[in-house]
Design a protein around this ligand. Structure first.
Ligand code: ZN
Length: 320
């Protein structure tokens, strides 16, 4: 399922035999299948730094073919869409994970018009919609401020992307949250690339400094939430657990509160994207691609599921 560009076959966020270039849209691990020692990688320099923080070798960053551009997808820092202009003038965009709303810790998305669009389908249902991000951020700030006098708010979060958004949300109300070491490592890379983040690191996996028990907010990796909750409450401090994720729309978490704050586009944002991009043909991609394509068709769009057996040669033929 690669994109044929001149003599190149570019894989899209996955391992693919025969790919000469591997496009990696962003550093989340479900998109880094093409990352292997020696593989030629197409990604932003920020994505490279974030990936290298988690692997033991240097990425082999390839030179971009002339017809290829990486443009922001707004999903997390460094996340990119692949934009290709074919020799015959046909243009193609692959979105990867994207959102139309502005993240407090990432670049704004750029949407271009294109003939062919390969679109992520994480939230395929018209009835699943997210509130304005600004509003959710304000609710989070309000919650932390309310609890400030009585205890600490402890967030469990993905250490890359969501954790840095939460740090910014805390910083905007004058709070410097405590973070665990994996969030610290990623946040330092964010800071190096221009995202101002004020936090206090703590190796919570070992022990917690006594001074930190009075902190107003904590942000730790999901897997450490229960352990830190136990450690802080044993000190006698009240603790309120929280998550901020798009899945809070459809799932009940075992935390005291959950905020539906997503870094993905919902169906409404997908339509907003399509109005600007105005593609002649849409291919949907991801675990919900079939239902997403069906729902787009019912809204009058020319959409079909992108299946692994459709190579771009056929893909262009289908389009032409
Ligand atoms: Zn992602």
């Amino acid at each position: 399922m690669g994109v044929h560009v001149g003599e190149h076959v570019i894989s899209l966020d996955m391992k693919e035999d025969g790919a000469s270039l591997n496009f990696v849209s962003h550093a989340h691990s479900d998109h880094t299948g093409g990352v292997k020692k020696g593989n030629a990688i197409l990604c932003s320099s920020i994505t490279r730094d974030l990936i290298e923080a988690r692997i033991k070798f240097r990425l082999n960053l390839a030179e971009k073919p002339k017809s290829v551009e990486l443009i922001s997808s707004g999903h997390m820092l460094g996340s990119s869409q692949l934009y290709v202009e074919m020799e015959d003038g046909t243009s193609l965009v692959y979105t990867g994970d994207y959102q139309m709303q502005r993240s407090p810790a990432a670049e704004k998305i750029e949407v271009r018009s294109a003939d062919i669009l390969i679109m992520d389908s994480t939230y395929p249902f018209p009835n699943v919609t997210f509130e304005e991000k600004e509003e959710v951020m304000t609710s989070i700030q309000h919650y932390i401020s309310k609890k400030r006098g009585t205890g600490s708010v402890l967030f469990g979060a993905y250490s890359m992307g969501k954790a840095q958004e939460l740090i910014r949300i805390c910083n905007d109300i004058g709070i410097s949250p405590i973070v665990d070491s994996s969030i610290e490592k990623i946040s330092r890379i964010y800071s190096r690339h221009g995202v101002e983040l004020d936090f206090r690191p703590s190796a919570v996996e070992e022990r917690i400094d006594r001074d930190y028990f009075e902190a107003d907010a904590w942000i730790v990796s999901m897997g450490r939430l229960d352990k830190v909750r136990r450690m802080v409450s044993e000190s006698g401090r009240r603790i309120f657990t929280a998550v901020a994720t798009g899945f809070a729309r459809s799932r009940r978490f075992s935390t005291d509160v959950q905020f539906a704050m997503s870094d993905h586009a919902d169906f409404r944002q997908a339509i907003e994207y399509l109005e600007i991009c105005n593609p002649k043909q849409i291919y949907t991609r991801g675990s919900e691609s079939a239902v997403f394509a069906k729902n787009l068709r019912s809204f009058g769009y020319n959409a079909m599921e992108l299946r692994p057996d459709i190579g771009l040669n056929r893909f262009i033929e289908t389009y032409a």
